[in-house]
Design a protein around this ligand. Structure first.
Ligand code: SF4
Length: 286
């Protein structure tokens, strides 16, 4: 997680923390969950699969497979067929519920292809992007941001980060603008692919809506500054743990309603006390 960069002479090596949007969000939500997800080995006991996660993964995989086809084959019928090919039942209440959601998800991807121009081939599909950055311009890099963007389009010479959503609620423009993950992908995409990237979009399949935001250099820097604060806390806790610090104190349980559907609930007594367990299909879009 922490990488040594630099030279053995003239300057001390600079330690750059590698952070992904997922790691930062997990640590900010609950340090205990971060520790169990990324540091504890063997990985503590987790819940079984969640239907909403299965559904999200299937839709992502189907859309990825669709955009890997030549443009003339990206039809609604083909999208539905790919959805069926990718289908999994993990986390659904029973076969009937899974079948109902499979049909619903087929309709989502068919409508997506009908109502959006899918003829341009993206420059990135689940593309890994990475960049050393510093929120303050002109300063040496202070961390490496990295992650896998769902889709990166190129429109009029600029990159656009596209993130697919399949949750219960359609995100709005505010959420697109406030998304640290999208901002980090925009910065990392611009560096990795060497083209400007300011626009980010959330594509919500259940409603067919697109929430978009145009970032400025200043708004991207603000996101990076917040990301760096979390990265610093994360690095300090990780280093102290490696030095023999108390795991429970360094990575405290941050209980809340989300403990009901946390993957690590079976290994977290505090979370079990905080909220009753959700059924594995309760977070599906209604
Ligand atoms: S159950 Fe709650 S407190 Fe425990 S790790 Fe998960 S989110 Fe954190």
């Amino acid at each position: 997680m922490v990488e040594q960069l630099g030279f053995e002479f003239a300057v001390a090596p600079k330690r750059l923390t590698k952070v992904s949007p997922a790691r930062l969000a997990t640590f900010a939500d609950c340090p205990r969950r971060y520790r169990m997800s990324y540091l504890d080995r063997p990985t503590p006991t987790r819940t079984g699969p969640w239907a909403h996660s299965t559904l999200g993964a299937v839709v992502h995989n189907a859309l990825r497979a669709l955009f890997e086809l030549p443009p003339e084959r990206r039809t609604p019928v083909r999208a539905a067929a790919l959805l069926s090919e990718q289908w999994q039942d993990g986390g659904f209440a029973d076969a009937a519920q899974a079948a109902a959601y499979r049909e619903r998800a087929k309709a989502w991807v068919m409508e997506y292809v009908e109502h959006n121009d899918v003829s341009d081939t993206p420059v990135g599909l689940e593309r890994w992007v990475s960049a050393p950055v510093n929120p303050e311009p002109g300063k040496p890099a202070s961390m490496i941001i990295e992650g896998r963007a769902d889709r990166i389009d190129e429109r009029d010479g600029e990159l656009v980060v596209v993130d697919y959503k399949t949750g219960r609620r359609a995100p709005d423009e505010y959420e697109a603008r406030a998304s640290q993950a999208l901002a980090m992908y925009a910065v990392a995409s611009a560096r990795t692919l060497r083209r400007p990237c300011n626009r980010v979009e959330l594509h919500h399949l259940p409603t067919g809506t697109i929430a978009a935001a145009e970032h400025t250099d200043a708004s991207l820097r603000r996101h990076l500054a917040r990301a760096e604060e979390t990265a610093e806390d994360l690095r300090a806790a990780t280093d102290s743990l490696a030095d023999g610090g108390d795991a429970r104190e360094l990575f405290p349980a941050q209980v809340g309603p989300r403990c009901a559907w946390c993957d690590f609930r079976p290994s977290c007594p505090e979370g079990q006390q905080a909220a009753p367990a959700a059924k594995s299909w309760e977070l599906l879009a209604p």
